[in-house]
Design a protein around this ligand. Structure first.
Ligand SMILES: Cc1cc2nc3c(=O)[nH]c(=O)nc-3n(C[C@H](O)[C@H](O)[C@H](O)COP(=O)(O)OP(=O)(O)OC[C@H]3O[C@@H](n4cnc5c(N)ncnc54)[C@H](O)[C@@H]3O)c2cc1C
Length: 392
């Protein structure tokens, strides 16, 4: 009886309805534990919801199994999306991996929007409130947290979980540490309907990812499920370089011309990733938290995903860690129902160990990818990983 009352009275709020927050709410729901997600965006499927993500067997796929969505995921997953090509600026090819027909690899691809829709398809719609942007969170005496939203709404909860990404508004409750610029600036472009409009580029890119690395720069491209090729033109640059460069989102044609100028001595097929792109360029700096980042424990507040350990995308782990965190935290809450402090302690200790290892790997990969002779060095690294994995 006492337990039931405690269960009914404990209010859990998740800030952010990305892959991490949705997975968490869904696994809790599966175990009969209600929560509310506050998401700043509106429920609008038409806006940009991110590129293709590879979902790893040991983390993201495990979380989907816990959420009861693994079979549905397998039907959507693009196993052929694991194809990978690696070039230097002259067009010399260092890796050309093609997934064989009917082979199901361990890291199939799915678009971020599709993954979120999949998670939402099983979530009780009343769990998520759209258009609620957290402005600030305030710790109250007695351990509860007061949540203040930009629309004027205020809530009071026993447990708040920050799943609100890189610039988390929950993180300041736990730590003064802020994200650091990694030294990498990226320009996101899209080549829409590549197969029909630009068959030469589609044939060059094939079904998965293409990396071209040279001169401390990179063209990173991935075919998305929607048929567009998402392209990240990336370069090592001082933090202030972006403003000084004059490359801005509101002048996309000029921005594309300037980006082409940066790679004017690169092989023509590589330049086509910019030449054929739509007239929309999104510049972004890439941020990270220090590898091994920890915070002061609080029995009513914790973080998952990018809010806890944002890192550069060069270990391909961001979404997988977010989903693994969600699974570990949800299962700890289930195991220790009524004892949130214990659940948080168990989750955080486990998460610190696995995420810090990935954060170091991600940083090392970033440094390597933007160093001299990056393409052969990256090929060597990938072959080493493959060898390890095959038990060689
Ligand atoms: C260029 C790039 C390429 C990437 N490529 C890969 C890859 O190949 N593989 C991979 O695994 N990962 C990749 N990532 C990383 C991956 O996208 C993230 O790690 C992953 O989405 C993290 O999930 P999350 O749920 O923690 O946070 P997010 O996906 O960032 O979701 C956070 C959610 O919180 C909401 N939110 C934010 N602030 C507030 C607020 N104040 N109030 C309410 N809601 C809020 C946001 O709208 C969003 O819905 C890449 C990232 C970048 C930048």
């Amino acid at each position: 009886m006492t337990l039931t009352i405690a269960k009914e009275q404990r209010r859990i709020a998740i800030i952010g309805g990305g892959p991490g927050g949705l997975t968490l709410a869904l696994i809790l729901q599966k175990h009969g534990i209600p929560s509310v997600i506050y998401e700043r965006e509106q429920e609008d499927k038409s806006h940009e919801r991110g590129g293709s993500l590879d979902i790893h067997e040991e983390s993201g796929q495990q979380a989907l199994k816990e959420a009861g969505l693994y079979e549905a995921f397998q039907r959507l997953a693009r196993y052929e999306g694991e194809d990978f090509r690696l070039f230097d600026k002259t067009g010399r090819c260092y890796m050309d991996e093609v997934v064989e027909e009917d082979v199901q690899g361990e890291r199939p691809e799915i678009d971020r929007g599709e993954l979120c829709d999949l998670l939402l398809s099983k979530l009780d719609p009343s769990t998520i409130r759209y258009g609620y942007k957290l402005d600030k969170a305030v710790s109250l005496a007695g351990g509860m947290t007061e949540l203040h939203f930009e629309n004027g709404f205020v809530d009071k909860v026993h447990l708040v979980i920050g799943a609100d990404g890189t610039f988390s508004r929950v993180r300041p409750l736990l730590s003064d540490t802020d994200v650091d610029y990694t030294g990498l600036t990226m320009f996101e472009l899209n080549v829409t309907d590549a197969a029909n409009r630009y068959p030469d580029l589609a044939a060059f890119n094939r079904r998965g990812k293409m990396f071209a690395l040279d001169d401390n720069m990179g063209i990173l491209a991935q075919l998305n499920g929607s048929g567009r090729i998402k392209v990240y033109v990336s370069l090592k640059a001082e933090r202030e370089w972006l403003e000084a460069s004059g490359i801005t989102a509101d002048q996309p044609q000029e921005a594309k011309a300037q980006l082409l100028g940066l790679i004017q001595d690169w092989e023509g097929e590589l330049q086509n990733y910019i030449r054929y792109a739509d007239d929309a360029v999104l510049p972004r700096r890439i941020y990270m938290l220090p590898a091994g980042f920890k915070w002061k424990r609080n029995s009513g507040v914790t973080l998952i995903g990018d809010a806890a350990h944002v890192m550069s995308p060069f270990a391909g782990e961001g979404v997988n860690l977010a989903m693994q965190d969600a699974m570990e935290l949800a299962l700890a809450i289930v195991r220790h129902e009524g004892n949130t402090a214990k659940a948080i302690e168990e989750y955080e200790e486990k998460m610190y160990a696995y995420s810090s290892e990935k954060a170091r790997e991600s940083y090392d990969n970033l440094v390597l990818c933007f160093s001299d002779n990056a393409a052969p060095k990256f090929a060597e690294l990938m072959n080493f990983y493959h060898g390890q994995h095959d038990g060689a």
